[in-house]
Design a protein around this ligand. Sequence first.
Ligand SMILES: Nc1ncnc2c1ncn2[C@@H]1O[C@H](COP(=O)(O)OP(=O)(O)OP(=O)(O)O)[C@@H](O)[C@H]1O
Ligand SMILES: [Mg+2]
Length: 283
Amino acid sequence: MRATPTPDLMLEPAFDAAGSGRDAIGASSLANKGLNTRHGTILTLEEINVSFDGFKALSNLTLYIGVGELRCIIGPNGAGKTTMMDVITGKTRPDNGVAYFGETLDLTQMSEVAIAQSGIGRKFQKPTVFEALSVFENLELAQKTNKSVWASLRAKLSGEQQDRIDEVLQTIKLDNSRQRPAGLLSHGQKQFLEIGMLLVQDPQLLLLDEPVAGMTDAETEFTAELFKSLARKHSLMVVEHDMGFVGSIADHVTVLHQGSVLAEGSLEQVQNDERVIEVYLGR
Ligand SMILES: Nc1ncnc2c1ncn2[C@@H]1O[C@H](COP(=O)(O)OP(=O)(O)OP(=O)(O)O)[C@@H](O)[C@H]1O
Ligand SMILES: [Mg+2]
């Protein structure tokens, strides 16, 4: 559970290197570096409620992600997993509840763009790469999301930016395909490119919704290695139905059901939880 602030920690002066949360928004790299995670928690969701026409998609959802953690979220269809990511990224506003990135950034008050710029990267299930552009150009564009496509391509990359793209190309194993049009990549490679497009922005928290759906076994294995290598430096929240994959990466699993947390623990613990078995068998 959460690293709840202990009383002595709470006596610390409320110092925030990036200034107030609001000040930090917008200056992306600065906000990133200045994100206040003093208590070791990068994401706080408390008592979140979301309803759609009276249907409760999230119901008093409370969940904390630690800095550098690799958390897997499982749960039956309709449990609210994607809706939770929609709340974190500002796509859906909760009816009520608390959602903080670090200690000071109130996600319920920020625009989707400001949330992305503050260091939360999200990958949707369907790859959304620019098919006509090369792998390299896709990464280049992602690095400069605040410019128009052509202005971005014309602007010269700094040495540091170039190095970061090279580093990411190696991380996602696409360094030999850097000049290939993205449209010619396999489905799995497009998924890796999209992860790369997040990585060049150096997000502190990565949200990945069903990342291995449609991947080959080899691609799934590589994704597991990739995520494990990203943890610690980044915090990851991974929604996945593939239990083999979850077992290979997760040290901590949260089970969602009917918009709330049903169980939390190691995969083995939650798989042996009577309530979890009931929910999955009764599916
Ligand atoms: N925009 C919306 N309008 C109405 N209902 C919605 C909306 N978005 C989600 N829902 C409903 O909220 C519930 C939770 O949906 P959500 O997509 O979050 O589930 P999920 O856990 O991601 O499921 P899956 O494993 O199938 O992806 C579902 O019953 C869904 O039909
Ligand atoms: Mg979903």
